[in-house]
Ligand binder design. Structure first.
Ligand code: G3P
Length: 478
């Protein structure tokens, strides 16, 4: 069937022997936009084998050559920002401009991996034995960083390209091979991205992109004995994966309930602007989105008024028109968001706008006077709906933040830097932003979640290090 996008393995584009496909529903039209191959377990086995073989010689390829290929792939990726962006618009309803930005950011990320990799992997350590009691200077220890082997990369729908390359770039520069399982929504954008790596001329089998149903190949991939490391971004599935995975390093980023704590002395215009950007960009479908506002009662009315005025200016509609708010990724996601909204309504939250939904399109909604007994106080809507909880003390805000099972990022707005630092120290999250909305980037910054938000730290440098092991050789002098 010529309409079904082929998967990528062993340096070639292939049809699955299953003869089956997976449909990708356009969130805006709610009709099938694309189809991808439903790969089989046998095809996964083959990809794992070739990944292992290819990795062995890749690890011996000079670092500068690996870097050169990554730079080439980055340039090709950027050249193709328009068609790849187009896929993102159709598959995940990302506003057209943001879709192109995602691809450009991805190219920059890959180049940075190459630059960072040649430096940090280009140096090792030299130790001498006589610093430890009882030793003479008779042992010299040389350490270097060696690759882990085959990295299984599983990115989520919200950044199918960027969160794929944030795993691929570090893995490849460090001498690993990659088996990529893209999300269903976003699979075609991911296949196009992989094509850029193909065009750059990476060795056969070093990168594979396996599409298919999670129910058929999900566990098979994550529990595969050929996998030496899993880098996953997504939701609860990550917790299940980590329980089933073998003795291999895991890098997981699993969502958040990022709090925005607003003190009485905050610049409320700055806060409002950041709440809009942080809470509503890509319709709130970011793990780093502002997901609960914890504002001091004395400034709450003023802040809510300012945010309301800005919400009124958000454009709502199709991603092709670059609207601020676009349809959420699936109907079930829209239903879930609606469930949270209805629960809040029933329990007496104040609706700052009327609730409106057409298909997967949900109009932006600010819910004031949210209380801890409402689901939305704790759950992640992953949609354009933002709860405001009014607090009477900073401690109350910190307590709410820390009572969450998530701990990705958080932010605090105040003009008092001393207070901001103390609050940052008290917040149990991987990152705290002072006077700005949470965000992963710039992409070389460390990015990590505490508690159910993840395992390990990302960001280019940390990912490169995480995808290596230390190897030592000890020279014993007579
Ligand atoms: O939701 C994925 C997470 O990595 C967000 O990235 O760049 O939107 O902060 P960003």
């Amino acid at each position: 069937d010529g309409d079904v996008f082929k998967y990528y393995a062993d340096g070639e584009w292939k049809k699955s022997s299953s003869g089956k496909s997976v449909s990708i529903i356009n969130p805006t039209t709610r009709k099938t936009q694309y189809k991808v191959q439903a790969c089989t377990q046998e095809e996964v086995n083959k990809a794992m084998e070739t990944a292992k073989t290819a990795q062995k010689s890749w690890a011996k390829t000079p670092l500068w050559k690996r870097a050169e290929l990554l730079h080439k792939a980055a340039a090709i990726l950027k050249e193709h920002k328009a068609p790849i962006g187009e896929c993102l618009v159709k598959e995940i309803a990302k506003p057209a401009k943001d879709a192109v930005t995602e691809v450009v950011r991805s190219g920059d990320l890959v180049s940075y991996c190459a630059e960072e990799g040649v430096r940090i992997l280009g140096e090792g350590k030299f130790l001498v034995s006589d610093s430890f009691p009882g030793n003479e200077r008779t042992k010299y220890c040389l350490t270097s960083k060696i690759p882990l082997g085959v990295i299984l990369a599983i990115p989520p729908f919200n950044y199918p390209v960027n969160l794929a390359v944030s795993k691929i770039g570090p893995a490849l520069i460090a001498g690993n091979s990659i088996v990529l399982k893209p999300p269903t929504q976003g699979a075609v954008a991911a296949l196009h991205m992989v094509h850029c790596f193909h065009l750059a001329g990476f060795p056969k089998g070093l990168i594979s992109c396996i599409t298919g149903k999670g129910s058929e190949i999900g566990d098979f991939l994550t529990m595969h004995p050929g996998v030496n490391c899993i880098s996953f971004t997504g939701g609860d599935t990550g917790i299940a994966i980590s329980k089933k995975a073998g003795m291999i390093p895991l890098q997981m980023e699993l969502g958040g309930k990022d709090a925005c704590i607003v003190l009485e002395d905050a610049d409320l215009d700055l806060v409002a602007a950041n709440i809009i950007k942080g809470g509503f960009s890509y319709s709130g479908q970011r793990c780093t989105a502002v997901k609960v506002v914890l504002v001091m009662e004395s400034v709450a009315d003023a802040l809510v008024e300012k945010v309301k005025a800005k919400v009124a200016k958000l454009t709502v509609g199709p991603p092709e028109d670059n609207c601020d708010i676009t349809p959420v990724v699936t109907e079930s996601s829209a239903n879930f968001i609606e469930g949270l909204v209805m629960d809040a309504k029933q329990k007496g939250a104040t609706f700052c706008q009327e609730y409106k939904r057409e298909g997967n399109l949900i109009w932006p909604l600010l819910l004031d006077h949210v209380r801890p007994d409402m689901r939305i106080a704790w759950e992640e809507p992953f949609g354009p709906v933002l709860p405001v909880i009014r607090i009477n003390s900073v401690e109350e805000g910190i307590h709410h933040c820390n009572a969450s099972n998530f701990g990705l990022q958080g932010c605090v707005f105040t003009r008092d830097i001393n207070k901001a630092i103390l609050i940052s120290d008290a917040m149990e999250t991987g990152t705290v932003q002072i006077n700005s909305a949470p965000a992963r980037g710039p992409d070389h910054f460390p990015f990590q979640g505490l508690k159910d938000s993840g395992i390990g730290s990302q960001g280019i440098t940390n990912s490169i290090n995480m995808m290596t092991k230390v190897k030592s050789t000890v020279i014993n002098l007579p």
